[in-house]
Every structure is written in C-alpha cells, then in structure tokens.
Design a protein around this ligand. Structure first.
Ligand SMILES: [Zn+2]
Ligand SMILES: [Zn+2]
Length: 157
C-alpha cells in the first residue's frame, strides 16, 4: 500500500490511517500480513505506528512437526527524509514521498521471526542415527562424538 507523504510532512496534525492485508515476500513461514495503523505528523515529527499480525505456518526446524502460530508485533518508526544518525533503527529513511508501507512492515516482520522456528522452545529434535522423534521417545543411539573432544575423552580414559 502506498501513502502520499508530502501532505503529511507539510501539515502538522495531518494523518493517514491504514488497515489492510498484503502478501509477504521473503519468508516461507508467513504468507500474508495484516497491518492496521497510521502515519501522522505531530509537531513536525512524522511517525508510523501499526499493529501487525500474521500467521506462521511451517515445520519445526528440528523435528519437522507442523508449527502454526499467530504472531502480533507493534511497529513504530519515525519517518525521515534524510538520515544523520545511521545507528538508530527507530528512524526510517523515506526514499520516495510516494511511500510503500509494505516495505517497512515487511522488514520488521522478517526481523521479528526467529532464526530457527521450533515447535516448542525445548524441542529435542530427531535422532540423527535412528530417526526417532526425541520429543516422543528416547533411543539408545550413541551420538557421534565431536572429533575435537575425542582426544580429550581418550586422555580421560
Ligand atoms: Zn520440534
Ligand atoms: Zn536414535
């Protein structure tokens, strides 16, 4: 969704609301995103605030069990036409006054996703030898020893 920023930047008190859904690129786990919020100018500072919700539908990175989870994040950025302090991620540099809200929200959604999506925080995964799901059963397989530790273990024997 595009918002024309010029009238907002130029008028204290101006605001534009949005409430829409768009397909998300960049993640296999999330298909689409709902965003509801506004861009507004308060005393010359233009900020975007939104409540963003989406549905994770994927497989656990460790045990491949289906993971379905609703997520909701709050998005807040101050929109600036030029950036002095590069380190502050609260600021969002606007490249065009015809502003693509999807891009900003997409970036925050992707940042909010964990590097590994797990069915549960302590998922034990799958035994690499017998293939059993270790959340359901235990097995007696001897896990291969890290070669860097092998020398040490011999020494201890
Ligand atoms: Zn799992
Ligand atoms: Zn096993």
């Amino acid at each position: 969704m595009f918002i024309e920023l010029e009238p907002i930047f130029n008028n204290d008190g101006a605001q534009k609301q949005f409430d829409y859904e768009f397909p998300l690129d960049g993640s296999d786990a999330v298909k689409s995103v709902k965003a509801k919020g506004s861009v507004k100018n308060r005393t010359g500072i233009v900020s975007l605030n939104a409540q963003v919700s989406f549905f994770i539908d994927t497989q656990c990175d460790r045990c491949a069990a289906p993971v379905k989870r609703e997520m909701s994040i709050t998005v807040h950025h101050i929109l600036v036409a030029n950036l002095n302090d590069e380190d502050n991620d609260e600021f969002w540099l606007v490249e065009s006054m015809n502003f693509n809200v999807d891009e900003l929200i997409r970036e925050d959604v992707l940042l909010s996703l964990p590097a590994k999506i797990l069915c549960r925080e302590d998922c034990k995964g799958i035994c690499s030898i017998c293939g059993i799901n270790l959340n359901e059963k235990q097995c007696d397989c001897k896990q291969p020893v890290d070669p860097r530790l092998e020398g040490l273990l011999k020494f201890l024997d």
